[in-house]
Design a protein around this ligand. Sequence first.
Ligand code: SF4
Ligand code: FES
Length: 235
Amino acid sequence: MEVTFKIFRYNPEKDERGNYVTYKIDAHPNDRVLDVLEHIKGKEDGSLSFRRSCAHGICGSDAMRINGRNMLACKTLIRDVGDHITVEPLLGLKVAKDLIVDMEPFFENYRKMLPYLINDSPLPEDGKERLQSPEQRARFDETTKCILCAACTTACPSFWANDEYYGPAALMTAHRFIFDSRDEGAEARLEILSETNGAVRCHTAYNCTEACPRGIHITQAIGELKLAMVTGNID
Ligand code: SF4
Ligand code: FES
């Protein structure tokens, strides 16, 4: 089938502003958007810039707007998005070139959440491990699935309105550790979440949940964080 790709192009060294370039490509309905981008880069225009690494929905590097929705190019089939496809960079982060955005502000917010296990207590006598029951592990299982693709944060109207908001992805990182029974840093993280640009900026628009390629119930998890902030209960 012939597919028309309209791709946002911007080279800060040459262009004052971005523009759209159209490519007509012969593709198979089961091709992924990433396959077509690779084809364009390899055969038609080597200057086209986009991020990708694993090509299998694991690394989170190829989130972009496909027909107006945040998606991973490697997980999006042509047959699911039609034969006229517009591809644009994520909203709310500065475009570095074409489909590549500057992820540094995103990762800065991630680092604010102390994204590592905090536990200074001595290890149990018998051992080498801090044991956890299956139920305790299940409590934060969902938020361990985050691949830091930024699809949620850059789909969030609160983040568009105020890019100082830490954003849903950072909140998911906080959730992953706060509800981990082995961790002792919940108090510090809940304090960070209580800051002006923390969880209070979430107005439950649900855009994040819709955008997440890992199917994480982000809005619900943010609700759990808000409750923990009020009650101090992290069970
Ligand atoms: Fe991506 Fe989902 Fe993680 Fe947000 S929560 S960064 S959408 S994987
Ligand atoms: Fe790794 Fe798509 S290239 S998630």
